[in-house]
Design a protein around this ligand. Structure first.
Ligand code: AMP
Length: 464
């Protein structure tokens, strides 16, 4: 790895692309980019083993963008993702990287939204489609999407897609892609199903494996031995001791998630649960709150947290040790992104020691144990997220843009003008808008928005 150039300028990329990368702050390639981009840009098929946070999205996005002709109105690349959240993130990253080229159109196709709007977007001309296999298949069946001119196929988080039962859908979609296409397969793990998929659909692929190093070195793993009844209490102790601003805690079942959230809330710790059976609307709301830093702790099952990509995750807590060492590494790899250090805390009962052993073997690393007596609250203050989410009833349908919301908060109508620093992430969905504001001004900002106007209209706003 040491003699692989890590400068983007070593790649055959357009000047404008290089300038855009510099502007985005991408100064050096990440290991997965350095290992995969030369082959991908040369048109070869690829199997790349990479985790979320490794920079894998840019690795395939740069490759497909380099080949793309924006003046040709046809779908030239398709990216299949396991979840809507991941598809949204991938689309956003592709759009960022495409800023250097003129007018590249990216359309996201996922379930849970009416087909009609998506059909209209496709009719308006799309160069790149990012979507989940089921919905992409729907469009193919209805004839609203054609892959006949497509040059690059990306299977992102292929192992997750297989776990989620998308194998047949993927096969159906891939059969409609031209045989001459380039295929780039990204997967965090390499189970048999992936090998089979690669054998069937890839041509002499270059296999790239970048050990989860970038993440691993900056993540500190600590193990705590507990008895089962101590579990909830110890999680609260860990949170109050380390006081991470943003934590993802994994439980094995929905009921455990709910119990832990109830307990943490009683202890003055802001927590929300994320599990499979949530309605899309509830799930969106939970994810928006966690992503914009108005929820300190997200308690989730593995399945529910798939595709979830949150920057700045200070800590991961394994409330239950998973029987699958790969899942453990995947969980742990969610903290410590982009060079920041992360904390991975695992609770194990005596019965879990076999699982811990399997993890040690898999990680080739022995566990470091800490006593519960090392946990002393750093402060007795409640552990609340720095921001609070306001929900505006009105979204993309009402043509609300982030600038409108920002304007309504920073003007002097109906209440004090807020500074840009007091306002956090603004997320606009189909029917509503989420805006994060500093906790101390939440009530006043909510009243101000209710009293004032957004995009010239009065709106209903509530604290989530
Ligand atoms: P990913 O693994 O694709 O989810 O990327 C993780 C994060 O790293 C994203 O926020 C990217 O914007 C960022 N990123 C990707 N490539 C680079 C790079 N070469 N330098 C700095 N940040 C990067």
């Amino acid at each position: 790895m040491t003699d692989t150039p890590t400068d983007f300028s070593a790649l055959p990329l357009a000047e404008a692309t290089l300038a855009n990368l510099a502007q985005l702050g991408y100064h050096q390639m990440t290991p997965i980019q350095a290992a995969s981009l030369p082959a991908a840009l040369a048109g070869q098929d690829l199997i790349a083993q990479a985790q979320t946070g490794s920079g894998k999205t840019a690795a395939f996005a740069l490759a497909l963008l380099a080949k793309l002709n924006p003046r040709w109105f046809a779908v030239q690349a398709l990216v299949l993702c396991p979840t809507r959240e991941l598809a949204d993130q991938v689309s956003a990253e592709i759009r960022r990287l495409a800023r250097a080229q003129d007018n590249v159109k990216v359309v996201t196709l996922c379930g849970g939204v009416p087909l009609r709007g998506q059909r209209a977007s496709l009719e308006n001309g799309a160069h790149i489609v990012v979507g989940t296999p089921g919905r992409v298949m729907d469009h193919l069946e209805r004839g609203s999407l054609s892959l006949a001119d497509m040059g690059t196929l990306v299977l992102d988080e292929a192992d997750r897609m297989l776990d989620m039962g998308f194998m047949d859908d993927i096969r159906t979609v891939v059969r409609q892609c031209p045989p001459t296409r380039q295929t780039l397969l990204f997967s965090a793990t390499y189970p048999d199903g992936i090998a089979k998929l690669a054998q069937d659909f890839l041509r002499e692929p270059v296999r790239i494996e970048v050990k989860a190093q970038a993440a691993q070195v900056t993540i500190e793993q600590r193990f705590y031995e507990i008895t089962r009844p101590q579990r909830l209490e110890v999680v609260a102790k860990l949170l109050l001791h380390f006081r991470p601003a943003s934590t993802l805690a994994f439980c094995n079942t929905k009921q455990q998630c709910k119990d832990l959230v109830d307990y943490l809330q009683q202890q003055g710790i802001g927590a929300l649960a994320l599990y499979g059976e949530l309605e899309q609307r509830e799930r969106d709301q939970v994810l928006a709150q966690f992503a914009n830093r108005s929820c300190a702790v997200l308690v989730a099952t593995d399945v529910a947290s798939r595709g979830l990509d949150i920057d700045q995750l200070e800590a991961v807590i394994n409330v239950d040790i998973t029987p699958d060492p790969e899942v453990h590494v995947h969980r742990v790899g969610r903290t410590g992104r982009a060079g920041a250090s992360g904390l991975a805390l695992s609770l194990a009962t005596l019965n879990d020691m076999g699982r811990v052993g399997a993890i040690e073997v898999y990680q080739k690393m022995s566990s470091i144990w800490y006593g519960l007596d090392t946990l002393t609250p750093a402060s007795t203050a409640p552990l609340l997220a720095p921001m609070v989410t306001l929900q505006i009833l009105g979204g993309r349908k009402e043509k609300i843009r982030a600038g409108d919301v920002l304007g309504a908060l920073t003007n002097t109508e109906g209440g004090p003008a807020y500074t840009r620093e007091q306002i956090g992430k603004i997320q606009i969905t189909e029917f509503c808008t989420f805006v994060a504001v500093e906790r101390s001004v939440a009530h006043a900002a909510c009243a101000k928005l209710n009293a004032g106007r957004v995009k010239g209209k009065s709106v209903k706003v509530r604290i989530v």
